[in-house]
Design a protein around this ligand. Sequence first.
Ligand code: PGA
Length: 238
Amino acid sequence: MGKHIIANWKMNPSSMADAIALARALDAEGLVIAPPALYLASLRDIVKKSALGAQNIFWEEEGAYTGELSPAQLKDSGAQYVIVGHSERRALGETNEMVGKKIHATLAHGLTPILCVGETADEREAGQRDMVLKNEVDAAMKHAQGEHQMIIAYEPIWAIGSGTPSTPENALEAIRALTGFLGSYPHIGATFIYGGSVDAKTIDAFLAHDEIAGVLVGGASLDPEEMHAIMESAKRHA
Ligand code: PGA
């Protein structure tokens, strides 16, 4: 099975022209590009091989929710995947309860969630990694009724944007713990990936493991050279 590579552009780039140029440069089989949502509809006509994802979603269908984007709007703009519960959104106040509602809305519209879970540095030092992962998974899965596929990204908060990824061993331990927790939800077909400061230099160490089914790439996803190396690694380890 091929590896899943998710390019999370976060709040970049600053213009439609740059977004189009970057999407053209990155476009590849097995890649999900998650641009700022306002670029989705334009990029749908640009990418030929990649799928598109949103970085966030709102759980209501329509109505008076200033600034939010509904599942139907994201789908209509070309999104097939939705990143849900990224730690940068949780840091802005997104709770486990909100993440659960977003998972429900994503699945209800036939979109594939990329659920992000992970511990802070303090939680890691206190030996709470697996407890945090279990809480985050249980809160999200409460809202996932029916048979569904989803991607679960282990994203230790201390590694994101730090320039230094987790060791592959820590990622494997976390993914094994997550695999165990998902045993309580047999209706969910979960695929586990890693995210946090992955780049061209470190990608092989993660993708070499069968249990790591892909990566979520932030900073490096804005650099076509980095991404070409990452996609080559994905091919080698498919
Ligand atoms: P990073 O971001 O690759 O820049 O650390 C990863 C992420 O946000 O998941």
